[in-house]
Design a protein around this ligand. Structure first.
Ligand code: C2O
Length: 551
């Protein structure tokens, strides 16, 4: 591989959407940020310079960061934030990965505007396991807030209520013509008939899983989270925040100058308030007969998306996702397991502290919303965990004693516990190098039934099982798929159900795991693994770079 240099200048930029101009935190003045391109095996040196008043850190979502945990990016987990006027060079090598990933800010809610695609091409001369596409197009979904997203989460965490929802969904930063005052801000993809396009879909939205479809077209799914999958055809994609999906779009030979809507809107299982609007982009066939026509005059075809709560579709879709598992790309599912964990994930409550005489907007007037894993609502430390561990100064920063089982035994068959209170803590689960882990995550659905896209930093994992109701340790493992399960970095734990994953802890460092619905992360649905060094020199975390930010 080669070494590629990038500079990302984090700076304020005026952006207008929905007739509303505001100054946002941007990358290089662009929204979304520029795409980063590399090949498998390349080293990336990405200098991030902070020109804004906010602290910043950038996470390269899905990059394995083998032994380079210092470059992972979550603030206070692997690094202190980059302060105003400072910079930090993220230095990592892409090992054994190719496909679509993305980067995003990993502090507060700044990822609302600070994100962009990462395109990893195969090594030079290595073909895709599918026909070479005519063109490749990144399409990154996001959420637009007219208000300042950081103010929204500050308000929500202080009052304990739900945050305000977004005002629009976006494709490549553009809400599209179904919103007021937005027709000119529409993503348009001009295509030639009879060609194959590789659409690199990324869900960078903060809080919503999305259905996506193109009118009158089907697509073939070929990759998820930068892992090749067994190709399958579908008219609709479901994609959770933190997930990426590559699809092939074959344009028809017979549609000269027609235009088609490409739309996305949320999949929601809970009852809370959410943004139920629809983002639309337009697929324009050449010749561009209508190039000068305004959107309202175009002959547009509109896709039919599943119902907002179509769990049946969601389940069928996720069951279709299988590792390619070919000779060249075998699924290396850990067959023996060293340690089995059972975590509960879900919403809970904590006492409201009536700060500044604010009213408590939680589920009762004395409680605030909290979220937890195994009943621990993870408190963010004020020093970075990885530095504390590496320098042997963990005392008072974290406790290396994450519970093996949920603190509150979840009663899977009886009435749900009426005590929804969570504990606070900064607890880490410690693993020895090369531990083979099986983790079952059970959604509790005690307060609100929402599915949780759980994201693990530093690893890909295999989703060996998924189901509804309560995980049965005697029965369910018998049906685990150990042959071709999907390998990914973010998995939906179904609402009122469970997901079982396996991974090999072959990457020393501190690795964050959290719900990629930003509101749940903010409420505490997060934890971290500490993977110790192995004995051999090539099994150890590399030393920290000299410019690593200080807290
Ligand atoms: Cu994309 Cu810790 O997240």
């Amino acid at each position: 591989g080669i070494t590629r240099h990038y500079t990302l200048d984090i700076k304020m930029q005026n952006v207008t959407r929905l007739c509303h101009t505001k100054s946002i935190v941007s990358v290089n003045g662009q929204f979304p940020g520029p795409k980063l391109i590399a090949r498998e095996g390349d080293q990336l040196l990405i200098k991030v310079v902070n020109h804004v008043p906010n602290n910043i850190s950038i996470h390269w979502h899905g990059i394995r960061q083998l032994r380079s945990g210092w470059a992972d990016g979550p603030a206070y987990i692997t690094q202190c934030p980059i302060q105003t006027g400072q910079s930090y060079v993220y230095n990592y090598t892409i090992v054994g990965q190719r496909g679509t990933l993305f980067y995003h800010a990993h502090i507060s809610w700044l990822r609302a505007t600070v994100y962009g695609p990462i395109i990893i091409l195969p090594k030079r001369g290595v073909p895709y396991p599918f026909a070479k596409p005519y063109k490749e197009v990144p399409m990154i979904f996001g959420e637009w807030f007219n208000a300042d997203p950081e103010a929204i989460i500050r308000q929500a965490t202080q009052t304990g209520g739900g945050p305000n929802v977004s005002d629009a969904y976006t494709i490549n930063g553009l809400p599209g013509p179904l919103y007021n005052c937005s027709a000119k801000d529409t993503f348009r993809l001009r295509v030639k008939p009879g060609k194959t396009y590789l659409l690199r879909l990324i869900n960078a939205a903060l809080n919503d899983e999305l259905f996506f479809s193109i009118a009158n077209h089907t697509v073939t799914v070929v990759e998820a989270d930068a892992i090749y999958v067994k190709p399958f055809e579908t008219d609709t994609i479901l994609i959770a925040p933190g997930q990426t999906t590559n699809v092939l779009l074959k344009t028809k030979p017979s549609y000269p100058s027609a235009s088609f809507f490409m739309t996305a809107r949320p999949y929601v299982t809970g009852q809370g308030t959410f943004d139920n609007s629809t983002v639309a982009g337009i697929l324009d066939y050449e010749p561009p007969k209508h190039a000068r026509t305004s959107i309202k005059d175009l002959p547009l075809f509109t896709p039919v998306l599943p119902a907002l709560n179509d769990t049946n579709f969601a389940t069928k879709f996720s069951n279709k996702l299988r590792s390619l598992n070919s000779k060249k790309f075998p699924a290396k599912v850990p067959l023996k397991v060293d340690r089995k964990f059972f975590f509960t994930v879900g919403l809970g409550t904590k006492p409201c502290n009536h700060k500044n005489n604010q009213t408590c907007q939680g589920p009762t007037n004395t409680t605030m919303f909290a979220a937890s894993i195994s009943n621990i609502s993870f408190t963010m430390p004020t020093k970075a965990l990885l530095q504390s561990h590496y320098s042997g100064q963990s005392h008072g920063v974290y406790s290396p004693n994450y519970p093996w089982d949920p603190i509150v035994k979840f009663n899977y068959t009886g009435t749900p516990p009426n005590n929804t209170m969570v504990s606070n803590g900064t607890n880490l689960m410690v693993l020895r190098y090369n531990t083979s882990v099986e983790l079952v995550m059970q959604d509790t659905s005690i307060l609100g039934a929402e599915s949780h896209p759980l994201h693990l930093h530093g690893f890909n994992f295999f989703v060996v099982g998924q189901g509804f109701g309560n995980f049965d340790p005697n029965k369910d493992p018998k049906n685990f798929n150990l042959v071709d399960p999907i390998e990914r970095n973010t998995v939906g734990v179904p609402s009122g159900g469970w997901a079982a994953i396996r991974f090999l802890a072959d990457n020393p460092g501190v690795w964050f795991m959290h719900c990629h619905l930003e509101v749940h992360t903010s409420w505490g649905l997060r934890m971290a693994w500490l993977v110790l060094d192995g004995d051999k020199p090539n099994q150890k975390l590399l030393p920290p770079p000299a410019d690593l930010p200080k807290c």
